[in-house]
Design a binder for this molecule. Structure first.
Ligand SMILES: [Zn+2]
Length: 178
């Protein structure tokens, strides 16, 4: 999961399970009573070159999954593509430079800070917005990092704002404890 941060409290959460979108409906259902929380559909796609996060699309791209086709799929469906943890295992690394992506994950909670710094440099070189991702596989890994973004609680507006680069990857002082 990734978190997007709006106006000083967490209001939007992107669900990005590995290679499946099945969790989205469930999370959406659970979040329904909380009108001030937006659940952003998404998925983390495994490609032979590295992992890609697709946000704003609640279906899987057609296979085979390669970077170019996943990007095309996201574009056609109004989504956004983020290079996940570029310098960790299963990351695209410097290959990301070959692709026109919407953002680079420059702050991944689960990896050492020097790898995040490399990701930051990559985003700068590519003139790409940098976003944060918790990479949470457990509940207690949520709310560790987040992306500040000045947008209303609307998936399209959030993705548009992110693509413009009006985002900031931040560490969260955890406001929720489990
Ligand atoms: Zn990954």
């Amino acid at each position: 999961m990734d978190q997007l941060f709006a106006h000083s409290s967490i209001k939007a959460v992107a669900v990005t399970d590995h290679n499946t979108v099945q969790g989205y409906d469930k999370v959406q259902e659970l979040a329904k009573p909380f009108k001030d929380i937006l659940i952003i559909p998404g998925v983390e796609i495994t490609t032979p070159e590295g992992d890609l996060l697709v946000l704003g699309v609640a279906e899987l791209p057609p296979r085979p999954w390669n970077v170019m086709d996943v990007i095309d799929f996201a574009r056609r469906n109004g989504g956004a593509v983020i290079v996940a943890h570029p310098y960790r295992e299963y990351g695209l690394g410097s290959l990301a430079r070959n692709y026109d992506v919407d953002a680079v994950e420059v702050l991944n909670w689960s990896i050492p800070s020097h790898l995040n710094r490399l990701a930051e440099n990559l985003a700068r070189e590519m003139r790409c917005p940098g976003v944060a991702g918790t990479d949470a596989h457990n509940v207690d890994e949520l709310w560790t990092v987040c992306t500040e973004i000045q947008a209303s609680l609307d998936v399209d507006e959030i993705l548009r704002t992110m693509k413009k680069g009006l985002v900031k990857a931040c560490s969260c002082s955890r406001s929720i404890h489990f």
